[in-house]
Design a binder for this molecule. Structure first.
Ligand SMILES: Nc1ncnc2c1ncn2[C@@H]1O[C@H](COP(=O)(O)OP(=O)(O)OP(=O)(O)O)[C@@H](O)[C@H]1O
Ligand SMILES: [Zn+2]
Length: 669
């Protein structure tokens, strides 16, 4: 057998993970060597013994065989948290088709010099009050906690999905589970979508677990993140709460991973490896012998399908936890009829009536608009052209009536006086953004105090927190916002949630558009009536007959799931099928197109009989930043086939000189 070699990273806590060194594996220890194993190696010119981790195995070394040193042996305490993370990186590389380096960089943040700034984060947490307010679990909550604990203690590690309606007290259940796991001397990772990672949420955990928690959000610098990880590695903390990347906390004895709001899109990484936190958590839990608990009021179709198949255990919470709090009543208004009746305002008659009623009773209101695809673009009434970004294939968005901004690349121009296309002066804004709604609300309800939350008002540091806390303190009557305002917040004073145009998100060019819409509507409705007073959610729509709107109005998850799964099966979309989207991008439009055609032809030739292959088609936004993009879709029930296709393309790609000017991106669903 040919000599075997291992790529090794030395001292991962100090060195850049870019630096891997190759060593020969002595045949005697070959059976013990696999990815993640900690080994001793001679290092540097003095050949001092250092420890390192095996990150890759090969029989074709990149260097002169004569100059390659040999591994001394397997380190004594060879299973560490980092061992598992490296194994995880290996799995991610295979699963998502990235390089080992990209995967390693995702799981092991690069150590950089840390400035004193980090102290502040610890202080913010420390500024909170630690006062264990003991909430007695209700019977539904208690039975989930009991069932989990019994199976946990018996070693059962099947992932659990908690489907609990909005306000059903999932967080209290999580805390009971965490308590149990901590008592066993193990540690816990809690993932919360960035947007919901607010003072409100963190302080709930803090008051229960005090300084044993550590918080990690995306505003931390790489160095600060490393520092938090270091504290976890050294046992200075037991609970890490954070967004997606908190998953890679190197706890020595991880016992439990919780993913709250499991359905959130933010759990999917946008950079290579394009992993989904739910999938990675499942693998990490398996490698560490930890339990995985997912929770949501609107589970992703993927997770629910796994629960149905018995891969996940399903638990349900059917009612609101707070005594006296009921689910909101939901009403649907058909906007077409409003139009027919001559109401041109964005507030339907019923909406106006309910808003006035709440203002008069001094109760709070949230008005929600789905910004995507509904922002105000500017077009010419003479030639009909919209003003577009010169670098991207999208319309520019009007801000403060003064500037046009590209939401893809940041390109900005002052609002032109004349149409750039035909020179006519008849340029006008179309569509409605949050600013416009604020203006219209101010006109129609002059006595109301308004607050607006969107990208413009939250771009400053802490902006988002300030608005939420002002609203929570009752400093405004109406909070107007985008998706941001419906995510997981708990404002007991809100008794009306108005959804201004529910169907906008249905038009998104995405197979999951109906699922997104359903989730947004149910979550939005879930913000109403969380206190003692009953709440109403009013959904305005042009498509009242659509199943995602109907089932959301009925707050009937099961009915939604049945219809949606039927559609996914019929169309061969995930989770009925696996899908690989392969995108080729480049500045040279012609070259990009030609290469994409060649890939498609060769994939069709080799795999056309096995897999379903669609395209190539232009990406939903064909041009971004002067880069042109096309996509090829491949579907198969067997994930491994898609990995095979991806590897095949990647191999040919790497061998083709012309591809160096292009980029290839793979995304599995
Ligand atoms: N057993 C209980 N008794 C009384 N109040 C409770 C109980 N459990 C939870 N609560 C309260 O109910 C409210 C909702 O709980 P929580 O935020 O945990 O719900 P959730 O299921 O996470 O909701 P959502 O999905 O809408 O974010 C909170 O104010 C919480 O303090
Ligand atoms: Zn642009």
């Amino acid at each position: 057998m040919a000599d075997q070699y291992a790529s090794i990273i030395i001292d991962i806590s100090h060195e850049d993970v870019d630096r891997v060194f190759q060593y020969r594996i002595p045949p005697a220890i070959l059976p013990q060597i696999r990815v993640g194993v900690q080994v001793c190696v001679p290092f540097g010119s003095g050949n001092r013994t250092r420890t390192g981790y095996v990150v890759e195995l090969t029989d074709k070394p990149d260097y002169d065989k004569e100059k390659i040193k040999e591994i001394i042996g397997v380190a004594e305490k060879s299973i560490t948290a980092d061992t598992r993370l490296i194994e995880l990186a290996w799995w991610m590389k295979e699963q998502y088709g990235s390089t080992m380096n990209q995967a390693l960089k995702t799981v092991l943040p690069v150590k950089k010099k840390v400035k004193a700034r980090n102290k502040k984060i610890v202080e913010t947490v420390a500024g909170m009050t630690e006062c264990p307010s003991l909430v007695l679990l209700n019977s539904e909550q208690q039975s989930i906690a009991d069932a989990f604990i019994t199976s946990y203690d018996s070693g059962d590690r099947r992932p659990c999905l908690i489907h609990g309606v909005t306000g059903s007290g999932k967080t209290e259940v999580y805390m009971a589970l965490i308590d149990h796991v901590l008592q066993q001397g193990k540690q816990v990772i809690v993932l919360i979508p960035e947007i919901a990672l607010t003072y409100q949420t963190v302080s709930r955990f803090y008051s229960r677990f005090g300084s044993r928690i550590c918080v990690m959000h995306s505003r931390l610098s790489a160095g600060e993140k490393c520092d938090q990880f270091e504290r976890a590695r050294n046992g200075e903390t037991d609970i890490m709460i954070g967004a997606r990347s908190a998953l890679f906390t190197p706890f020595p004895n991880l016992g439990l991973i919780i993913i709250d709001e499991e359905h959130e899109g933010a759990y999917k990484s946008e950079t290579t490896p394009r992993y989904h936190a739910r999938e990675v958590a499942e693998k990490l839990a398996e490698l560490s012998g930890a339990a995985l608990v997912l929770g949501s009021a609107t589970p992703s179709v993927e997770a629910y399908a796994k629960a149905e198949a018995g891969i996940y255990r399903l638990f349900t919470l059917t009612k609101r936890a707070k005594v006296g709090s009921e689910m909101a009543a939901v009403e649907v208004v058909d906007l077409r009829k409003e139009m027919e009746a001559g109401n041109k305002s964005i507030f339907s008659g019923r909406m106006q009536e309910l808003i006035r009623d709440r203002l008069q009773k001094q109760e709070q209101i949230m008005l929600f608009i789905n910004r995507r695809g509904y922002s105000s673009f500017v077009s010419c009434r003479s030639c009909g052209e919209a003003v577009k970004c010169p670098h991207c294939d999208v319309s520019l968005t009007l801000h403060n009536r003064q500037r046009l901004v590209c939401h893809y690349c940041g390109y900005q121009i002052p609002m032109p006086k004349l149409c750039p296309n035909c020179g006519s002066p008849y340029l006008a804004g179309f569509g409605i953004g949050t600013q416009k709604i604020e203006e219209m609300a101010a006109q129609m309800f002059p006595e109301a105090k308004l607050l607006r939350m969107d990208l413009d008002t939250t771009s400053k540091k802490g902006g988002h927190e300030k608005i939420l806390s002002a609203f929570a303190k009752g400093k405004a009557d109406i909070l107007i916002g985008t998706q941001m305002i419906v995510k997981g917040h708990d404002f007991p004073g809100v008794t009306l949630v108005g959804v201004l145009a529910a169907d906008v998100s249905l038009y998104a060019p995405d197979f999951a558009a109906a699922e997104r819409t359903f989730q947004l509507l149910v979550q939005a409705a879930g913000r109403a009536g969380r206190g003692r007073k009953a709440g109403t959610a009013l959904i305005q729509t042009y498509m009242p007959e659509h199943y995602s709107i109907q089932t959301a109005a009925a707050q009937d998850y099961a009915a939604f799931y049945r219809q949606e799964m039927g559609y996914r099966r019929l169309m061969h979309y995930p989770p009925a099928c696996h899908m690989l989207c392969m995108q080729v991008a480049g500045e040279d439009e012609e070259l990009m197109s030609r290469i994409m055609e060649a890939i498609a032809a060769s994939v069709k030739k080799h795999f056309g009989e096995t897999a379903e292959i669609i395209g190539p088609v232009p990406a939903p936004v064909y041009k971004v930043h002067d880069i042109y993009r096309k996509i090829l879709y491949m579907k198969h029930e067997n994930y491994d086939i898609l990995i095979k296709i991806q590897k095949y393309v990647k191999m040919r790609w790497d061998e083709t000189e012309r591809c160096k000017k292009l980029t290839l991106q793979c995304d599995f669903t």
